[in-house]
Design a protein around this ligand. Sequence first.
Ligand SMILES: [Zn+2]
Ligand SMILES: [Zn+2]
Length: 194
Amino acid sequence: MTKWIITSVSQAEPTPHCANIDCERLWNPGSEEQWYCWKYDLWFHTACLEEHVVSKQEEYMVMMAEKYLQSPDISEIPQAIVEVALQPTAHGGSLHFAAGNMQIIKFAHGLCKSEAQNELITNHSWFIAHSLEDGDDNGGNNVGDGDVITDEDWRRFMEDEHGMKEEEQGNDRFEQLTVHGQMIFTCPSCNNAI
Ligand SMILES: [Zn+2]
Ligand SMILES: [Zn+2]
């Protein structure tokens, strides 16, 4: 599988097809998943992809960290953000729904930099409101005036930003920040894991 077409999908959503040149099928968002390549902005039916040698999502996260993050040391980034930012980008089917997780992942990419985290913690109304509460959390970063920002805080902040409700957490009838145990494929165009 070395043939592929570059198509830009950023201006039109949803994309009606698949970047595999041998595939003439449309994409049915209700029943079919497609995986996304960030490098070339391409979507593929999962049926048109081959499984990557790295099949574990955790290993994939480490590889993605090296490729996409300025700082390759993912241990410096809150785990809650890493989990969201470095999962496969997909849409369609019962796990990812038609809209998919691209906006969720893009937002988390922006949170991977510590400057971005500090900016939010200092200025965003969610964190300001949080710092007014009497925190009883454990662990996390010690920030500014002694507030402790935990992974759970980051998770709730991201959910809030995407309009996800706390009671929907873990309920797969609703979109989730992170989907675990996903397949990892090889992108036919760039040969990276996607
Ligand atoms: Zn296809
Ligand atoms: Zn690719």
